[in-house]
Write a protein that binds this ligand. Structure first.
Ligand code: B12
Length: 217
C-alpha cells in the first residue's frame, strides 16, 4: 500500500512530512506506526544515496527531518507505569559507527515504559560494552549497527562477554538496518530486530513489560 508519509520522507519534503505526522497524531495513529513509516522513508533515502541519486547532504537532511518528527512525537508517547526493580538495559552503537537515531528511538520508548537504560552513545568499543554489562548487571545488551563493515566488532563483544564469564547472564540484541538472521548467527547474538515493533517485542519478552507499554502507544 502506498504510504504518503513514507514517500514525503523519501522525497525529503520536510513541510509535508511534518504536516502528515501532525495529521496522523490528530487522527489517533500510534507513534510506533508513524515512526515505522518514517523509517521506511529514510530507507529509500539510503537506497537513493547508494544509487548516487542523493548525496551525503541528503542523508544529513533526512537526519534533521527525523529529529523534527521525534520532537513532535515525544509528547505523544506517554510515560506508562514503572518497571523499576527489573534488571537494567545497556545500549550503544558499535565502534566505528555514529548512527544513533534508531537507537535513541528505542531508548526513548523503553524509558517511557519505565525501564532503566544506560546509553553508552556511539562508536562504543567492545571492551566498553563488556565493562558496562559487568558494572550494571544488565539483563539485556542492545547493540545498534548501521554500517555493514562494523558487524565484526559485535562478534568481538560477544566473544569478550564469554571470556569475562558474563555471557550467560545477559541477552544480546542486535539492531539496525543491515541486521538479519545471518548477522545474528555470525555475531553470536540472541536476538535481532530492524524495526521498532520487533525491537520492543524482544525487550518485552525478555524483561516483561507491563500492560499498556510503549509498543501500544
Ligand atoms: C541518517 C543517515 C545518516 C546520518 C546519521 C545521523 C545519526 N545521528 O544517526 C549521517 C548523515 C551522519 C550518516 C553518515 C554516514 N552514513 Co548513513 N545513513 C543514514 C540513513 C539514511 C538513515 C539511518 C536512520 O537513521 N534510519 C532511521 C532509523 C529510525 O532507523 P534504524 O536506524 O534502522 O533504527 C530502527 C531499527 O533498525 C531498530 N534499531 C536500530 N538500532 C537498534 C538497536 C537495537 C538493540 C534494537 C533492538 C533495534 C534497533 O529500531 C529503530 C527504530 O525503528 C541510512 C539508510 C538506511 N537504510 O538506514 C544511511 C546508511 C546507514 N548510511 C550509510 C553510509 C555509507 C554512511 C556514511 C559512511 C556516509 C559517508 N560517506 O560519510 C556515514 C558514516 C558515518 C559513521 N562513521 O557512522 C549506508 C551504510 C551502508 C552499509 N551497508 O554499510 C546507509 C545504509 C545508506 C546507504 N544505503 O548507502 N548517515
Amino acid at each position: 500500500m502506498e504510504d504518503e508519509l513514507q514517500i514525503a520522507m523519501a522525497n525529503l519534503d520536510e513541510e509535508k512530512t511534518l504536516r502528515l505526522v501532525n495529521e496522523r497524531i490528530q487522527a489517533g495513529c500510534s507513534a510506533v506506526d508513524i515512526i515505522e513509516s518514517c523509517r521506511q522513508g529514510v530507507e529509500i533515502v539510503g537506497e537513493k544515496y547508494s544509487d548516487s541519486d542523493y548525496f551525503l547532504s541528503d542523508l544529513i537532511m533526512s537526519e534533521e527531518i527525523l529529529k523534527e518528527v521525534m520532537r513532535i512525537l515525544e509528547p505523544h508517547i506517554p510515560a506508562k507505569g514503572s518497571n523499576k526493580g527489573l534488571q537494567p538495559i545497556v545500549m550503544g552503537t558499535i565502534e566505528g559507527d555514529i548512527h544513533d537515531l534508531g537507537k535513541n528511538i528505542i531508548i526513548y520508548l523503553l524509558r517511557s515504559s519505565g525501564y532503566e537504560v544506560t546509553d553508552l552513545g556511539v562508536d562504543v568499543t567492545p571492551e566498553r560494552f563488556v565493562q558496562a554489562v559487568s558494572e550494571t548487571k544488565a539483563a539485556i545488551l542492545g547493540i545498534s549497527v548501521l554500517l555493514s563493515f562494523c558487524v565484526g566488532s559485535i562478534k568481538k563483544v560477544v566473544d569478550l562477554l564469554i571470556d569475562a564469564g558474563l555471557r550467560d547472564q545477559v541477552k544480546v540484541v542486535v539492531g539496525g538496518y543491515p541486521v538479519n538472521q545471518q548477522v545474528k548467527e555470525y555475531t553470536g547474538a540472541d536476538f535481532y530486530a530492524n524495526d521498532v515493533t520487533e525491537a520492543l517485542k524482544i525487550y518485552r519478552n525478555v524483561l516483561g513489560v507491563e500492560k499498556g507499554s510503549a509498543s501500544q502507544s
